[in-house]
Design a protein around this ligand. Structure first.
Ligand code: ADP
Ligand code: MG
Length: 257
């Protein structure tokens, strides 16, 4: 049985995609079978894994509206599989409004490949939308990347409340696996302060690994390669590999199918 995690935060530009792509690559380096689901119409995770989002027969859009299976829509990346996305996905939200049980379409579709992967990671869009709800409904847990800045905590309560609601009404298995501090700049006093505040409020829910701001991580997507593979010696790559190990330690390895 695959363990399913979504990388969520309704803010844009907070490091969700970078975390999803590098965690997928990091887990695959640890010999885990990984499927990365791109659930953002921007298709950044797709492109960041070296898959051209403009030339795809099937994407997660077709899967959600019932026109294709996960297996026939999946593309191989370097060491792991990707269920890609492009701008077509923006239409899914509107079309799915008419569907019955529209919040569990992704869950139903992923059940088909459950025994083929150890980990399924879902890169969420920057909104608490029907797409994000679909991700939350199939996940065992949520990883929340956060920048340690003044507005970081704002909006977090909305996300936490949404997770609580989903847990109560739709997916009792859902938990917050942890908050991940990303794009961290230790020279900024404010970053230090917010980081301490997070630890104080959320305790062990805060991952001990901190992802530094690192230009190699930002450069990697333009080469279509995850940062952990692009420059293994960079501080960013090392941090994401450490995080992948911390994730495994925190959630355990899936039971072999
Ligand atoms: P989101 O998916 O939440 O919108 P992204 O992962 O796309 O966020 O990150 C936003 C931008 O910040 C991207 O240009 C990305 O390359 C860059 N970025 C993300 N993490 C880091 C980091 N640790 N160091 C430097 N740049 C980063
Ligand atoms: Mg993104």
């Amino acid at each position: 049985m695959a363990k399913v995690f979504c990388i969520a935060n309704q803010k844009g530009g907070v490091g969700k995609t970078t975390t999803a792509v590098n965690l997928a690559a990091g887990l695959s380096l640890a010999k885990q079978r990984v499927l990365l689901v791109d659930l953002d119409p921007q298709g950044n995770a797709t492109m960041g894994c070296g898959i051209d989002k403009r030339n795809l027969k099937h994407t997660v859009y077709q899967v959600l509206v019932g026109l294709a299976s996960v297996t026939e829509s999946t593309v191989a990346a370097d060491g792991f599989d990707v269920l890609p996305a492009n701008r077509e996905l923006a239409g899914a939200e509107v079309e799915m409004v008419e569907f019955e049980a529209r919040e569990i379409k992704l869950r139903e579709a992923l059940a088909e490949v459950d025994d083929q992967y150890d980990f399924i990671l879902i890169d969420c869009p920057p909104a608490l939308s029907l797409l994000t709800l679909n991700a939350l409904c199939c996940a065992n847990g949520v990883v929340i990347p956060m920048q340690c800045e003044y507005y970081a905590l704002e909006g977090l309560s909305d996300l936490v409340n949404t997770i609580k609601q989903v847990c109560k009404n739709l997916n009792p298995n859902l938990t917050i696996i942890g908050l991940l501090r990303v794009m961290f700049d230790p020279r900024m006093t404010l970053a230090q302060q917010v980081s301490e505040q997070l630890e104080k409020h959320f305790g062990s829910k805060v991952f001990s690994t901190i992802i530094p701001r690192n230009v190699r991580l930002a450069e990697a997507p333009s080469y279509g390669v995850p940062g952990v593979l692009f420059d293994k010696t960079s501080k960013g790559a090392k941090a994401y590999l450490k995080f992948a190990n911390e994730m495994v330690a925190r959630v355990g390895l899936p039971v072999a199918a």
